[in-house]
Design a binder for this molecule. Structure first.
Ligand code: FEO
Length: 394
């Protein structure tokens, strides 16, 4: 069923209750592909839905008696939003596409769509009976990403920004209890940590640009998850914090182990953290969801990574996680590393190489031969030192 979000503006998207893996990102609550219809003098569809969900979109358009679409705004060409562009254009061939130059090129390259297009730039407007203002948001999180703002209704449609993977029959934030919102905010953090974190500088720039462009939304309608109208300030504040590297007094310990020696060392690291009284969370990487680990790393000031050395390299699960983490470019972390080795012991140095590439503040490292029994004091000191600096940096 469609939902009216302002007079003449409707949610016409699709709910994907079943998806549990979104190109490697775990989606335990499913997701939604939000598309919006703006009916005024002209009829405008903002974004489509993932291929395979177009019938859900079309049934809502039929319920709204849409016989003609004048403009199809493509805010983002990724397949979960533009995946039905061909089907939409087949059904509504008169529709003119509205997108930026990168979106136009991308539609041709990714979908073979070379259709009549109105190419827009930041700050330009289109009068459809309502005024649509466009804001290019390159690399939040693809080069083509863009937001559409309905000026009179103060509705911002920023595509992936401010979204989260969360399937629900409810559309608006005020239809959720505070307890439920805790889960939604965690999913928003997970989305930011795993999709947008890499582009935090661009996020800060765009948030500043919103003021210059007089974008003062009363409703933020992203392309995934719920529509913000009662908790907008809280959501925008979180984007400001996450893009500035503001995090909580907590240490994430992510490790793996081969013959349990690196795991045995954990007790001492944790003792040191507990002496200082800082919260911590532990993930064994071989059995953990990297996207959840990454969420906690973004939300925490401290990071400690543990790995045994295998064949002069990092343990493979740790290497995989560090590759994933490095790609997302977390920043401003206080860090430590530890690990067991048999004879060569390269793992800890390789962890530090990753930390250095991310400009983490590396407080202490400990490596030990086989058993950690002789390194207990050093390991406790590692936990204590990281925790103290986490506290001091508040
Ligand atoms: Fe939700 Fe970048 O697609």
């Amino acid at each position: 069923m469609y939902r009216e979000i302002r007079p003449g503006i409707y949610w016409v998207g699709a709910v994907d209750w079943d998806v549990r893996n979104f190109h490697g990102y775990t989606t335990r609550f499913g997701t939604t592909y939000n598309a919006y219809l703006i009916k005024a003098d002209k009829t405008v569809l903002v974004d489509t839905v993932k291929h395979g969900f177009e019938d859900e979109l079309f049934s809502k358009l039929d319920s709204l008696k849409v016989e003609r679409i004048d403009y199809l705004v493509i805010n983002h060409i990724e397949m979960d939003h533009a995946g039905s562009v061909r089907e939409v254009l087949e059904r509504y061939p008169e529709a003119r596409i509205v997108t930026n130059v990168r979106g136009k090129n991308g539609l041709k390259e990714a979908y073979g769509v070379d259709h009549e297009t109105v190419v827009v730039k930041t700050g330009e407007t289109l009068n459809t009976g309502k005024t649509l203002k466009f804001i290019e948001m390159p690399l939040i999180h693809w080069p083509d990403s863009m937001a559409t703002y309905v000026v009179e209704d103060r509705v911002l449609m920023p595509n992936d920004a401010f979204g989260e993977h969360y399937a629900s029959e409810r559309r608006f934030d005020d239809e959720f209890s505070d307890e439920e919102m805790g889960i939604v905010f965690r999913e928003s953090a997970k989305y930011y940590a795993n999709i947008i974190l890499l582009y935090s500088k661009q996020v800060k720039r765009i948030l500043e640009q919103f003021e210059v462009l007089e974008i003062q939304p009363e409703i933020i309608a992203p392309s995934h998850g719920i529509i913000w109208r009662s908790r907008i300030d809280g959501m925008v504040k979180k984007y400001m914090e996450w893009s500035s590297g503001i995090a909580e007094n907590r240490v994430v310990i992510a490790y793996d182990t081969m013959w349990n020696h690196t795991m045995d060392a954990l007790d001492s690291v944790v003792e040191g953290i507990e002496e200082v009284g800082v919260d911590y969370v532990i993930y064994r990487l071989g059995v953990s969801d990297f996207t959840e680990v990454m969420t906690d790393i973004m939300l925490s000031r401290g990071v400690i990574i543990g790995s045994p050395t295998l064949n002069r390299e990092l343990f493979p699960t740790v290497a995989a996680f560090l590759t994933y983490m490095r790609g997302l470019k977390p920043f401003g972390k206080i860090a430590g590393a530890f690990g067991s080795y048999g004879w060569s012991g390269e793992a800890v140095g390789k962890i530090v190489e990753v930390f250095n590439s991310l400009k983490f503040d590396v407080v202490k490292t400990v490596r030990f031969k086989f058993s950690p029994s002789k390194a207990r004091d050093e390991l406790r000191d590692l936990g204590r030192s990281v925790a103290e600096k986490v506290n001091d940096s508040e």
